[in-house]
Design a protein around this ligand. Sequence first.
Ligand code: N01
Length: 545
Amino acid sequence: MAQARGSETDFDAVVVGAGFAGMYMLHKLRSLGFSVRVYEAGTGVGGTWYWNRYPGARCDVESIEYQYGFSDEIQREWTWTERYAAQPEILRYQNYVADKLDLKKDIRFETRVTAADYDEGSARWAIATEHGEHVRAKFFVMATGCLSSARVPDFPGISDFQGESHHTGDWPHGGVDFTGKRVAVIGTGSSAVQSIPVIAEQAAELLVFQRTANFTLPAGNRPLAPGEAEAAKESFIEGRKRAYDSQGGLISFEYIEAMIDDLDPDFVQKELSDRWHQGGFSFLGAYGDLMATPEGNKVAADYARSEMAKRVADPAVAEMLLPNDHPVGVKRLCLDTGYLEVFNQAKTKLIDVRKTPIERISRTGVVAGGVNYEADCIVFATGFDAMTGSILAVDIKGRGGESLRDKWAAGPRTYLGLSTAGFPNLFFITGPGSPSVLSNMIISIEQHVHWIADCISNLEGRQVRAIEATPDAENAWVDHVNEVASLTLYPVANSWYMGANIPGKPRVFMPYAGGVGVYRQKIDEVAGAGYEGFTLDREAQAASA
Ligand code: N01
């Protein structure tokens, strides 16, 4: 192993973010002998799981699959307690890994990176933090997460509100006591669907402001049975290999490839039913065209609506809660524990803000349709500036001072989701143009960390000073990402995948829908062909130029 290089101000790599991605990137590069500095805005590791401490926060991927796979020792030492781990358990796991690998000493906490400028002369990034610190690094890695830029809509009067208000993605560490309070929740995405049943246990009154009804199915969470987690450890490493080559990085269920018209209708209904009651995302894999054609999707969507309706006592309320403006699965499917049943409680009121839009926040509550709904607390479960928000929060300037914000003004453009032309030695982990949020994030994070670490080692071994995507390769990749998306129903919905939840954000389908296994093959082929689609700037060439 090479001797670690670098000084307090000059590193082989600077990484932004200490969630699952940044932690593993640090470990991987450090174990290859590179000097690495990580910057993290929070006071601790965890990323998403550090910030999203709202009541009921829980992973929607099974805990056995939602963990690092790079160390058999780590997976054997850690024992998950529930089918879907809750936020505190995941955060404990991340801290356990960080401590075991002694990661924290190379992470600067409570420090946001504000700017990064590429200096062509030295082929190094100059990175500035909010505290006025300046460091340099050959490689700059954005491990900022896809759902980390919490967004409160720009409602008039927000600062007038006299009660307590919080965004689910920036929740107080000490928790919030809703006992006996009137609570208004704005939003009905995954964060709302998870938090509302827990808030309802304490609140005296609950007001839910819904703009879009979402598909939600019972998660089927449960404690892992004695011996279950231990047994999973035996097959974990072999399973992880299969996950790397799978569609979504999940191996707890199979995708049926046959099209619905080629299947017996009774078989289809049984598959839908079995998968629905199994909980989790297996429902979306019931047949090949479920996510590809309106006709195929409708069968599953009808099934989902019929199951959801059974859970709501008042048919008029059920009607409001049943999604009817988008296909099932094209907005992130919600997994819930008792969500719809909350609307059977007398203390809950559902307000359709399509019919009666939120006009403003008053001193005492939320004003919609001319009515002031009084509340002691407002919970903004209003989502994130997804995928690009945290990348563009840093003022990144590439070759010739080109601004990434300008370059991506009409939507993100990447080569393989890993890099972008004009910005040498800059890498994204699970960036736009990669499977990312359509997959088990841990699988996609590991895939990218391995690729980036191999790339950096390879370049260092060949005295390459800079690697940069070519505009042609990038254009071809962007076209491919769009073409694959157009074969699915994803682009039809107003989802955060499309940037549609942010007023003014370009409407572009950001992740790559081709699947984890297919994507892995492509990025490995690129590396195997000597980083096809990239230009490599060799030190000898630079010296003679
Ligand atoms: O955010 P969202 P989220 N007026 O964008 C509404 C992951 N996650 O935090 O749908 C009124 O989904 C908005 O309405 P609409 C998961 O990938 C995972 O819930 O845009 N309403 C919507 O109802 C998830 O998909 C877990 O019409 C407004 C809600 O706010 C992603 O994070 C748990 C509004 C936002 O929903 C984001 O989920 C939680 C306005 N002006 C999250 N603006 C796990 O289980 C927005 N809304 C691991």
